[in-house]
Design a protein around this ligand. Structure first.
Ligand SMILES: N[C@@H](CCC(=O)N[C@@H](CS)C(=O)NCC(=O)O)C(=O)O
Length: 365
């Protein structure tokens, strides 16, 4: 009985922490006790993860390392890709140095534990924003940087872009574990009346190897991952990606631990600043063409001029100037990394909102 009571108390304590009750759950914070009716401290006094990263002088960023065009470990050990550049952007904002990043490669299965265990400050790894991830396991999601959707890939001699669930009946499908992919495909096959055999591997390139060896009939993951693999494999000319309309929504973006709103603001506004700079056509190449005072008022504020808002969140006034100067705007990061594998913004959900896409930021005011 005593044991049961103790267990109940422990469970209640965990639930209270998960619901945001108490400093214990406020990552990295210096524990300060506050009277319930005291005025909440200004964000800059919170001493959360932002202060920790600034003190450390390095951002610890979780990436995949084997996701073509998103995060790829190069032979010299450097990290390239769309996700890697968002890590660099956060480092430029927080530390004034886009190179002050320690990349930590994580499999899909490892990524959330690494974040929750404070092994990383932010996770930027083809990660889909879902309700359970956002609410159940202690994490918050930043703005979507890439609107994706799950597709399948098979031999073009056997499948077409119009293939559907009925065409995959009896097939062996391969993907990596710890993903939305596994759940979506199982539901999709069931709804479509297809009997499939799903095999999971640690990292997606293993699934590709099995597909090449013929032990998997099909592979499945986010469409961007399939496009990347098709482009980077010589055998890819014989591969077809289907169905044309993805089987799921996969909004990909940064993830951070919950209950540190200052850190959340820093990540969110780093992404928004890159989107706003793109709206105005300000790039790493032309940002110095005019003095900040001569730019549109919104850009002036964003780059540290009159009415700047960055210091209110604990950053230097020029934090987002550094992001654009050192890393680039959203379009540059997209084009540099994703155009080479054939992913284009035009006509996709990742186009600017003014061009029919979903890439939109709130105003910097
Ligand atoms: N977006 C999905 C899938 C993420 C995922 O694992 N994507 C693959 C395909 S791009 C990947 O990251 N592969 C690299 C690897 O497994 O190392 C999720 O969040 O669960």
């Amino acid at each position: 009985m005593k044991k049961r009571l103790a267990a109940l108390v422990a469970v209640l304590a965990i639930v209270a922490a998960a619901c945001g009750g108490g400093a214990a759950n406020n990552d990295e914070s210096t524990t300060t006790t506050q009277a319930p009716d005291a005025t909440p401290p200004a964000q800059t006094e919170a001493g959360g993860l932002l202060a920790t990263v600034q003190e450390r002088g390095k951002l610890q960023c979780g990436v995949g390392g084997t996701a073509v065009a998103f995060s790829e470990t190069q032979p010299d050990g450097s990290m390239t890709g769309f996700d890697a550049d968002f890590c660099r952007a956060v480092a430029a904002a927080v530390l004034g140095d886009a190179n002050a990043v320690e990349f930590r490669t994580l499999t899909s299965k490892e990524r959330f534990e690494a974040l929750k265990n404070k092994e990383i400050d932010v996770l930027i790894r083809n990660t889909t924003w879902t309700q359970s991830r956002d609410t159940d396991i202690g994490m918050d999601f930043g703005p979507t940087t890439y609107y994706d959707g799950q597709q399948l890939m098979g031999l073009s001699s056997k499948f077409t872009v119009n293939s559907g669930a009925k065409d995959v009946d009896g097939a062996i499908l391969c993907t990596n574990a710890g993903t939305t992919t596994e759940k979506n495909i199982t539901e999709w096959a069931k709804i479509g009346g297809a009997d499939i055999q799903l095999e999971t591997v640690e990292v997606f390139p293993e699934a590709i190897e099995k597909f090449k060896a013929g032990t998997c009939d099909l592979v499945t993951t986010d469409g961007s991952g399939l496009v990347g693999q098709k482009a980077s494999n010589a055998e890819g000319v014989d591969w077809v990606i289907f169905p044309a309309a993805p089987i799921s929504k996969e909004p990909l973006g940064p993830v951070y631990r919950q209950n540190d709103s200052q850190w959340g603001d820093v990540i969110n506004w780093t992404v928004f600043a890159m989107i706003i700079a793109d709206e105005y056509g300000i790039t790493s190449a032309n940002i110095d063409d005019k003095p900040v005072a001569d730019l549109a008022p919104e850009l002036g504020r964003l780059f540290g001029g009159d009415g700047e808002l960055q210091t209110a969140m604990g950053l230097n006034a020029d934090a987002f100037y550094q992001v654009i100067k050192q890393v680039g705007n959203y379009d540059e990061v997209y084009s540099n990394n994703l155009n080479p594998v054939g992913l284009v913004r035009e006509g996709s959900l990742n186009a600017r909102f003014t061009e029919g896409g979903m890439i939109y930021a709130p105003p910097a005011r």
